[in-house]
Write a protein that binds this ligand. Structure first.
Ligand code: NAD
Length: 372
């Protein structure tokens, strides 16, 4: 639903040195991505170019943790919907991974290449300082490790930094996706070998490129696409990847399609044209709608639910704030459990005829209920 409410769009004037932060939970409740979110905040600082949404979905299991996406969505409605869907996904991700964390996510509506000034980040750090008790942020699309460090120097509720933290979580996310792809291959073909398997990767950013390196190292053949031509050229030169255009990658001939860019890329309109037998990637909210998983299943395509397979980064940053502090070996051991969780979901989906994301959702909800 598009609730382009005047309330949400009303400019919030900046009167002092801080961004104006408003609780827009009521407005957000009219949007289709809303799922009883606990709190949704809108921060505005017109002088410093900040329009930010912090969506706190569910803190039953702990403080909400989730990255900040810096992206110029087409309009405010799209940005708010994205924040709502992403934050819900974080709740499910933390629950399935067995973490004592809730789900939250932030979106800054800006072009990361053009608008991400120190002034904008200063204003955002001030907004974050107002929610230290309920929300911890980290990297996401458009937010780099340097940005996370910059914010962490100004506010404590930032994880995945070099300042007393474990750095960029993307390599850990990629590791979980890598293991998950092998689990999916094993389930579908009875072998997890990557030798000569072709993997189509959409997006060669922090996660996509690390995943590409890992897969190529195991003998996989890669087909890649990114809207950033340099990233494609680097993968072609460094990994021998075949490069296709951004609009051809989803339908590329491949054993596995790994969406590692933005959400909503698999939908009613393109499922019939997919060629890969497995969809397994890092992108959050890969399916436009929950029901799209049933359509994938009907076509015999095995879908690894995104919030299960891409939990590696969250597991890593969560370790920074766990009792006992960060322990890399413990993090890798937890990431090593992602394939077993996926196998349980795949087997249950086979047994019951239900879609994999139905099974995953039920598992996450059971853990949240138990936490209550
Ligand atoms: P990133 O910003 O580093 O990379 C995203 C890449 O996708 C960029 O190279 C961008 O140019 C490319 N891209 C954007 N639109 C595209 C399109 N239409 N076609 C092809 N390429 C396109 O982001 P990231 O950190 O690598 O995250 C990638 C995805 O994984 C996101 O959905 C993110 O939410 C999810 N994710 C990331 C982490 C993490 O640890 N970074 C953890 C969990 C989930």
């Amino acid at each position: 639903m598009s609730a382009s409410s005047a309330k949400a769009r009303k400019p919030v004037a900046r009167t002092g040195s801080s961004p104006i932060v408003k609780d827009i939970t009521d407005v957000a409740s009219q949007y289709s991505g809303f799922d009883n979110h606990e709190k949704v905040l809108l921060g505005r600082d017109d002088d410093r170019g900040l329009t930010a949404i912090i969506a706190i979905h569910d803190t039953t299991l702990g403080r909400a943790l989730g990255g900040t996406r810096i992206w110029m969505h087409d309009n405010f409605d799209a940005a708010l919907t994205d924040a709502l869907r992403l934050s819900r996904g974080m709740t499910l991700k933390a629950a399935i991974a067995g973490l004592a964390l809730g789900g939250g996510k932030a979106v800054i509506r800006a072009d990361a290449k053009r608008d991400k000034t120190p002034a904008l980040l200063d204003a955002y750090a001030e907004m974050l300082s107002m929610v230290t008790d309920s929300y911890v942020t980290a990297e996401d699309v458009g937010m780099t490790l340097d940005d996370a460090d910059y914010l962490r120097a100004r506010t404590p509720n930032v994880a995945g930094t070099r300042i007393g933290g474990s750095g960029n979580p993307s390599a850990f996310t990629a590791e979980g996706v890598f293991l998950g792809i092998r689990a999916a291959l094993n389930h579908k073909h009875g072998s997890d070998s990557l030798k000569d398997r072709r993997i189509a990767i959409q997006g060669l950013g922090s996660v996509g490129r690390a995943l590409a390196d890992r897969l190529a190292g195991e003998g996989a053949k890669l087909t890649v696409a990114d809207i950033d031509r340099q990233r494609c050229a680097d993968a072609a030169t460094g990994l021998g990847a075949e490069v296709v255009s951004a609009n051809r990658i989803l339908t590329a001939e491949a054993d596995v399609l790994a969406p590692c860019a933005l959400g909503g890329v698999i939908n009613e309109a393109n499922i019939a044209g997919l060629h890969a037998g497995i969809v397994a990637g890092s992108a959050n909210n890969q399916l436009l709608r929950h029901e799209d998983a049933a359509a994938l299943k009907a076509r015999g395509i095995l879908y690894a639910p995104d919030y299960v397979i891409n939990a590696g980064g969250l597991i890593n940053v969560a370790a920074e704030i766990e009792p006992g502090g960060y322990d890399r070996a413990r993090v890798l051991a937890k990431i090593g459990k992602i394939p077993a969780t996926l196998e349980k979901i795949f087997a249950e989906a086979d047994r019951t005829g239900r879609a994999t994301n139905d099974i995953a959702l039920a598992m996450a909800k059971a853990k949240i209920s138990a936490g209550r």
